[in-house]
Design a protein around this ligand. Sequence first.
Ligand SMILES: NC(=O)c1ccc[n+]([C@@H]2O[C@H](COP(=O)([O-])OP(=O)(O)OC[C@H]3O[C@@H](n4cnc5c(N)ncnc54)[C@H](OP(=O)(O)O)[C@@H]3O)[C@@H](O)[C@H]2O)c1
Length: 263
Amino acid sequence: MDLGLRGRTALVLGASKGIGKACAMALGREGANVMLGARGLAELAATAEEIRQETGARVEIGSVDVTEACQCEAIFGAAKTAFGRVDILVNNAGGPPFGSFDSFNEAQWRAALELNPMSVVRFMNLALPDMKAAGWGRIVNITSLAVKSVLPGSILSTAGRLGVIGLSKLLADEVASFGVTVNNVAPGSILTDRVRNTSLKARLEQGMSEEEALADLAKTIPVRRIGTPDELAAMVAFLASEHAGYITGATIPVDGGVVRSIL
Ligand SMILES: NC(=O)c1ccc[n+]([C@@H]2O[C@H](COP(=O)([O-])OP(=O)(O)OC[C@H]3O[C@@H](n4cnc5c(N)ncnc54)[C@H](OP(=O)(O)O)[C@@H]3O)[C@@H](O)[C@H]2O)c1
């Protein structure tokens, strides 16, 4: 299926590796120009080259810490300078640490909330004026299955990400008549460095090999395997496409059936 993205421009945050990189690759494959953002420039540059080689897309990079407002403005400006405007915004970055409520202080709460929802608010603010003026725009936020189903230890992540869900639902109403959609994708276990450092870590520390740890984790997932970043990115690319114009304000799990809620 042609997703109708040729010539569109996407700004993808947290794009040097993992889920963000896969989203950028998927959008590049569909012919979109892509601006990649993350903090580490060396990894970004390597990722950009890989996407160019594999897709032939026009790819630019910018160093950005999404918790810093002025850096968000800078990368957004750079995307506009390079490509004219931003049609597709993929909000994504690393997640906050796991732990119990009493293990986090005020500074850690503020840092987590700067990531989610504040970085999402900032990029929405930057992107919406041009999207509304153009009569077309797609905003996709990467969240977590923790917004659908209790994930023990994810108190910083869950508190911040539910803010993203709420604001997206209300914003979707406000911008729908301008041809702009706002949706969330909620990953379950997707094989990236973050999963290696969280869900798999305890198993690896018990002496399991990565293969054994993955098999053990898979027992908790109805489809009996961990997901790939490409599987998550396929949903993001669809939500960014022409075909998804009637989907807005939605939060869609890509989790192999893990979420237990019916609605
Ligand atoms: N993988 C999963 O199974 C899973 C499940 C549920 C939710 N999620 C969520 O999905 C998102 C992506 O996860 P992932 O697994 O792809 O993580 P990952 O492999 O660790 O990649 C994170 C990406 O975000 C960038 N990043 C981190 N902090 C940033 C910041 N402050 N500003 C700008 N860029 C930043 C990283 O590059 P730099 O470090 O160079 O900045 C990297 O490119 C996270 O929010 C994660 O919590 C993932």
